[in-house]
Design a binder for this molecule. Structure first.
Ligand code: SF4
Length: 373
């Protein structure tokens, strides 16, 4: 990310990881931190899965994972990959044959732990398939499914056991001269996950896939992920993220993006800054913001918009946003452009007006980008 010399307290210095490719998406190094999600359709139902992948991609997913537990899923994968606008990761658990089929079907990455698929011959067959088909691999350590010998050694899932597990899987890949891998060390407990990721970041230069597993429902999972992932990302750890929620994958993507946006690590779409509202508000802030969120969801150009109920905080916030609206008296408020007071607008017309202003600003930014290329 670019360093902010004016506001150095905003800088995040990312850990130096090496870069791998997941299809056409770079992961690690100086690549943007990518956002992933996972489908929850039956993968063998290619049509439903493609539809979900496409919705996730529209919401901003850079990479989508599908689980491939059986032959019917790996068969459907070919069609899913062909129709997907983003690289597809095939989630394999124990069946090395599914991994080979998934690689042949065009998966960009295999999520597989080589230590779980049997003898060395099977591992080398999977690695051969990955190499032949340009697949990367994600080693996915999970506190809930650590190997028995590590649980016996450490007594319970702990950061040391998780890192040791990851390094054992890494060794199997390296023994096969395979280096296109990234690693995750997930746990549902934020303390355990954060400590495991910190230790992993020290132990390897592989790109790191962050996630708090089984984080929970929409609200609790969002909070848990924001704390766990936010803390790690802030300290520079993490090259790709997945927020796990018991919710629609599109929501996972939105939350993932919001976490990255709030740390200035990615920029996409309109960031709305709005006040909680109170009796001073000059218009209905809550209704307005939810209407604007819906009507501006299609805008992918990065910009900021402040929607503030009154002059207590309105002018100050408007100073730091591209477009601003501050409530006032007499059923009208003030529009700010590039931090400067511009013109009055009635509360009644304000939503349509703000949408027009944002769309025009987005077109202007995109045209300037095109001209600069
Ligand atoms: S900005 Fe005004 S309306 Fe909004 S919460 Fe603060 S005092 Fe209330």
């Amino acid at each position: 990310m670019s360093m902010n010399h004016v506001r150095p307290w905003r800088n995040i210095s990312r850990r130096n990881s090496r870069q791998i490719m997941v299809g056409n998406v770079p992961v690690g190094g100086d690549a943007p931190i990518s956002v992933q999600t996972m489908t929850n359709t039956d993968t063998s139902d290619a049509k439903a899965t493609i539809e979900q992948v496409q919705r996730a991609a529209v919401a901003g997913a850079d990479i989508v994972r599908v689980s491939t537990p059986d032959e019917a899923s790996t068969r459907a994968l070919r069609e899913i990959v062909a129709e997907s606008p983003v690289p597809i990761v095939a989630d394999i658990h124990f069946h090395y044959k599914r991994a080979i089929e998934a690689a042949e079907a065009g998966a960009a990455c295999l999520r597989i732990n080589p230590g779980n698929i049997g003898d060395a011959k099977r591992v080398s067959e999977v690695v051969r398939a990955a190499k032949d088909h340009g697949c990367s691999i994600r080693i996915g350590v999970n506190a809930g499914s650590l190997e028995r010998h590590l649980l016996e050694k450490y007594g319970e899932p702990c950061p040391e056991a998780m890192v040791e597990s990851a390094l054992e899987h890494v060794k199997l890949l390296q023994d096969n001269d395979f280096h296109e891998f990234k690693i995750s060390a997930k746990a549902s407990d934020v303390f355990l996950a954060a400590a495991a990721y910190q230790a992993l970041a020290e132990a390897t230069d592989a790109p790191i896939h962050l996630g708090i597993t089984e984080a929970g429902g929409f609200v609790s999972g969002t909070v848990k992920s924001a704390i766990g992932l936010g803390n790690l990302l802030w300290s520079g750890i993490g090259d790709t993220i997945r927020v796990s929620l018991s919710a629609d994958p599109v929501e996972e993507v939105k939350v993932g993006y919001e976490i990255l946006k709030s740390l200035g690590l990615r920029h996409r779409g309109v960031t709305i800054i709005s006040c909680p509202s109170c009796a001073r508000q000059g218009f209905d802030v809550i209704k307005t913001v939810s209407a604007l969120e819906e009507r501006l969801a299609h805008v992918t150009t990065s910009m900021s918009l402040s929607i503030i109920g009154c002059v207590v905080n309105g002018p100050g916030e408007a100073l730091m946003t591209d477009i601003g609206f501050t409530g006032g008296g007499k059923d009208a408020g003030m529009v700010y452009l590039a931090g400067k007071q511009s013109h009055k607008m009635s509360n009644e017309r304000m939503i349509d007006h703000i949408v027009e202003l944002v769309e025009a600003k987005a077109a202007e930014i995109e045209a300037a980008k095109d001209a600069a290329e």
